[in-house]
Design a protein around this ligand. Structure first.
Ligand SMILES: C[S@@+](CC[C@H](N)C(=O)[O-])C[C@H]1O[C@@H](n2cnc3c(N)ncnc32)[C@H](O)[C@@H]1O
Length: 253
């Protein structure tokens, strides 16, 4: 498997959402969020990683760029996105040409040591199979004491039945160990308790999703996407997976 497991859910589907945003002339920043899609969460993560104007921030698993666009617009950060798939990166470049983005895996980042002031990962860590290696890479490209703020889903038990194929959920303790093995000192670990995103944000995201589903209703890949999204929603509703915010700082070696 590897990249193929991500391709339909995050590759093909990303292209459909970009198509919908353009066809419906939607506000791209909210509509191009494919993780939490919530500006209240972005505020929290941006504060936690110390995002200040001019800071160089790495957006890990940037998708089609809604969160990165928020960070650049609202916090004046210089944002560099990386995503392992080409389709979202192409989409991000169309929607937000002012942002920088690169196709790369979090396991091997094409940046020098100590390049970034901070990094965030929104809805991305749970898809990464080799988390310790990825976290080591993130620590490597951060400046000393640079912070990583992550919003991610963990499993309540050791294993999760019938997880979406793109996801590799693990218990919270195991993820925290990965942070530490990766070279981070964990500063805070909190369950995400945010209310729903603002109505205007939800409306933009739902409109794009509905348009994409309609337009591609006869495509077998659409059924797969819907099935995977449904699996994720079921696990979340049942409490088998839970959203957490974890903030770590690069440990000085
Ligand atoms: C749920 S989407 C979230 C996108 C974006 N962070 C957002 O909130 O809109 C997860 C993204 O992480 C990317 N991804 C998954 N594994 C990755 C890896 N190992 N390296 C880089 N990107 C990865 C996927 O391709 C996908 O675009």
């Amino acid at each position: 498997m590897g990249r193929e497991r991500l391709e339909i859910e995050f590759g093909r589907h990303a292209g459909w959402i970009v198509e919908a945003i353009e066809a419906l002339d939607l506000d791209a920043m909210p509509a191009a969020c494919r993780g939490a899609g919530d500006p209240n969460l972005f505020e929290l993560l941006a504060d936690a990683m110390g995002a200040r104007p001019g800071a160089l921030v790495l957006d890990v698993g940037c998708g089609i760029g809604g969160p990165g666009a928020w960070l650049a617009t609202e916090r004046g950060c210089e944002v560099v996105g990386i995503d392992v798939l080409e389709e979202p990166v192409r989409g991000l470049r169309r929607l937000f040409p002012q942002l920088t983005t690169v196709v790369a895996t979090s396991r091997s980042l094409p940046f020098r040591n100590a390049t970034f002031d901070a990094t965030w990962a929104i809805g991305a860590l749970e898809s990464i199979a080799h988390k310790t290696e990825a976290l080591k890479e993130l620590a490597r490209v951060l400046i000393s004491e640079g912070r990583l703020a992550a919003y991610t889903f963990v499993s309540a038990a050791e294993g999760v039945d019938d997880a979406p194929m793109a996801d590799r959920f693990q218990p919270l303790d195991a993820l925290i160990e990965d942070f530490e093995r990766g070279g981070f000192r964990v500063l805070t670990v909190d369950p995400s308790t945010l209310a729903r995103p603002p109505a205007t944000w939800r409306k933009a995201q739902n409109s794009a999703q509905a348009y994409a589903s309609r337009l591609h209703r006869d495509d077998p890949a659409r059924e797969t996407v819907d099935r995977e999204l449904h699996k994720f929603a079921r696990l979340h509703t049942s409490g088998e997976i839970q959203a957490w915010v974890i903030v770590g700082t690069k440990e000085d070696s």
